[in-house]
Design a protein around this ligand. Sequence first.
Ligand code: BTN
Length: 268
Amino acid sequence: MTKIDKQQLETAIQAGRKHVHLPFSLHLFDTVSSTNQILWNLLSQGAEPGCTVIATQQTAGRGQWGRQWISDDGGLYLSLAIAPKLDVTNGYQLTLATAWGIAKQLQESGVPTQIKWPNDLVLKRRKLGGILTETKVQQGRIAQAIIGVGINWANPVPETGINLKTWQALNDSKSIPTLEILAATVLIGIESGIQCLLAEGANILISRYLELLSNMGDRVYHNDIAGTVVGVTQQGALRVCTEACEFVTVQSREIYFQPGTISLGYDG
Ligand code: BTN
């Protein structure tokens, strides 16, 4: 059973953080049902924003769109509570901000991570991790949010996946030497992504997200429509420019896919 050392994790967080915005209070486990679920339980008992639950195995991991997230021993399963006071219509920005923040932080550590729309972290075009944001809404505003992140560290992965430990061994890389350093990198990445969104705004966040998006320029085929990925809207929809005939105006050539309505797929 993989263990996380609290002292080493705290040291790594302190060493890696440029600015402190949230005090993280850490709850570490070997196996839980779902770190998101444990964190909701802690919030209902009065836990504050910054509360973090980390495990190395989950028995009922939750994925996007109601899917299961297979969570064998050796992975990083992490959930962080925040209280962002965002309008509910902008809720998906939390996922985009998290994806950008973690990918950027991993890149700065020497792991060339990109984003696959909308919420996948990819390495060598294979899935390294994913993000599931869950929210509680009051009067149209997000009162509480839990950002859940799963990263393949040493756990087994399917053919379309990749785990960081194996990638590092094959590439003679010591960029992220321990699971504690990975957990600190992810926490600092989430913090910097959310900080970018709340302090600099959605426009700047999206422009940074697009710089790390592996799908820019990809061809998309859906229901007899063919087009090219040209960006992402502030609500997280994929912007696709279709090849319509010349008399159609430029605006009407662009179509939008909401997160979860199409999958861009993986190689292999
Ligand atoms: C996806 O479907 O790509 C997102 C998966 C997110 C999984 C993480 S693991 C930690 C947290 N707890 C959960 O039950 N799910 C998220």
